[in-house]
Ligand binder design. Structure first.
Ligand code: ADQ
Length: 456
């Protein structure tokens, strides 16, 4: 079996034996733990004269990191990746910007990653890159003569060509992406959108299941919905040692808790969700004095202006809604700008009778899956899920809502609280079955096997 080399923007600061973070980090660590391998990426540090950091061994995994200069960080990370690609790929074209110098800086950092990798890789290594930060990495590696199998998994959506083409460098990006051997997407909609662009605008043609002939090469495309460790999440949610914060929370609550957990990001639909909760309080007054909506949303990317704006806006909305409805003994909305460790978060999920996961767009959304996995199967809570989260393709037994429809979301909250235990159990069992099928193990096994050129 070939050695696996994982490349992602950030390498998580992991320690052996420590509970790991969600999503990408957990999946990558799983993949590397089995047979060992290398994980390469940015350290998260900004330095005046960036140098590669000494390698670090964590069990069978070797971590290599590099620092970035302020200019590299500004152009690559803050600029093109998060100022241009993130909004465009989430269909938020009004929030994006484009600057040629930032795109050039993005390509230079992809080149820098490639040059650093060149010193680490062996001829038969499998190289698995992650996400929108590294769309041009394969192009850089090929230009340096690398012939290894190269795969990219895109964690976020890929939009229809009409939206993607609003990024002025769209043609160059697609050409670079086609230097990978395998392109993995979260949903069929994302894969189909990429293929649509490739065929209609880049001269590609299908030559087999998911395979494109394009730019004189064959590129495979596939759908790999990322999952969670279902049993591990439930075990964490139940563990008495993890439940201290959840128990404190319960002691302060009235009867009903609706929970939302997100990074503070405009793609997550937080403003629309706050307004929908206000609508729920307005249209269904029976739930006054016994319901709490708790939004956990630690700031992210707070040095980008659009992120500062959404933060200001939400603080205003939370104050306004509480001002309108609160009583001396009832605060309807609690807004927490902080993050919780996973072992604390899982019991909080288990405490909530409903979870609102209503992004305007999301590649997958692991909070939705973690919430379902954390529930007690005998008395599970209800997931209210946006139709625009990748997770809605699998979790169709959730209450599916349109995040732009505040009345519809308010009605779903009312329905969740009024649902019989039989119906809640039935919906929950159906979602657990799908999630066990599409587990995190299966995600990485399938991607790795396809990259290697074998079926699992
Ligand atoms: P994110 O946009 O970060 O990830 P999401 O999948 O919801 O979104 O969350 C990733 C992880 O972060 C989860 O495991 C969650 O528990 C944790 N997390 C989120 N908010 C938190 C909070 N407030 N406190 C503590 N932990 C929190 C990107 C894509 C998603 C895709 C993932 C994985 O945007 O669509 O599902 O990658 O592919």
């Amino acid at each position: 079996m070939s050695r696996l080399v994982v490349v992602s923007n950030r390498v998580s600061p992991i320690q052996e034996g420590e509970a790991t973070a969600g999503g990408l980090a957990a999946g990558v660590l799983d993949a590397l733990k089995g047979h060992g391998g290398v994980w390469f990426g940015w350290s998260g540090n900004i330095a005046d004269n960036p140098e590669p950091n000494p390698a670090r061994e964590v069990g069978p995994i070797t971590l290599f990191t590099i620092d970035l200069s302020r200019e590299q960080y500004d152009q690559y990370y803050r600029g093109f990746a998060n100022g241009t690609l993130w909004p465009a790929l989430h269909y938020q074209i009004g929030l994006g910007r484009y600057d040629r110098a930032e795109f050039a800086g993005y390509k230079r950092v992809n080149d820098l990653f490639a040059r650093s990798l060149l010193k680490l890789i062996r001829p038969d290594d499998l190289i698995w890159a992650h996400d929108y930060h590294l769309l041009c990495l394969a192009d850089s590696l090929r230009a340096m003569g690398v012939t290894n199998r190269l795969g990219l998994f895109l964690h976020i959506p890929f939009p229809g060509p009409g939206v993607f083409m609003t990024v002025p460098s769209h043609a160059e990006l697609i050409k670079s992406m086609c230097q990978y051997d395998l392109l993995g997407f979260q949903t069929e909609q994302d894969r189909a959108a990429f293929v649509d662009y490739a065929i209609r605008h880049a001269g590609g043609r299908m030559v087999g299941e998911g395979a494109l002939s394009i730019y004189d090469r064959i590129v495979k495309t596939g759908v790999y919905p990322i999952g969670v460790h279902v049993d591990e999440v439930r075990a964490q949610a139940e563990l008495a040692a993890n439940r201290r914060v959840a128990t404190r929370l319960r002691a302060t609550l009235l009867d009903w808790l609706i929970l939302s957990v997100d990074r503070l990001d405009y793609s997550k639909g937080l403003r629309q969700r706050f307004v929908a909760y206000e609508r729920f309080l307005q249209d269904y007054p029976d739930w006054h004095n016994n319901t709490t909506f708790m939004q956990i949303a630690p700031p992210s990317r707070s040095d980008i202006e659009t992120y500062q704006e959404i933060r200001r806006e939400l603080e205003g909305e939370a104050g306004r809604i509480n001002g309108r409805f609160a009583e001396v003994d009832w605060v309807p909305l609690r807004y927490l700008n902080k993050s919780f460790p996973r072992n604390v978060l899982m019991p909080l999920y288990a405490e909530a009778q409903a979870c609102l996961v209503t992004p305007l767009r999301d590649g997958m959304n692991l909070v939705a899956k973690e919430y379902v996995a954390a529930q007690n199967p005998a008395d599970p809570g209800v997931l209210i899920l946006s139709q625009f989260a990748g997770a809605a393709n699998e979790l169709d037994a959730a209450l599916i809502v349109n995040p732009y429809d505040e009345e519809g979301m308010a009605a779903a909250m009312n329905q969740a609280f009024s649902m019989s235990v039989e119906e809640r159990r039935e919906r929950h069992a159906s979602m657990i079955a799908v999630m066990k099928e599409n587990s995190l193990e299966r995600w990485r096994e399938r991607f790795q096997a396809d990259l290697q050129g074998e079926s699992p």
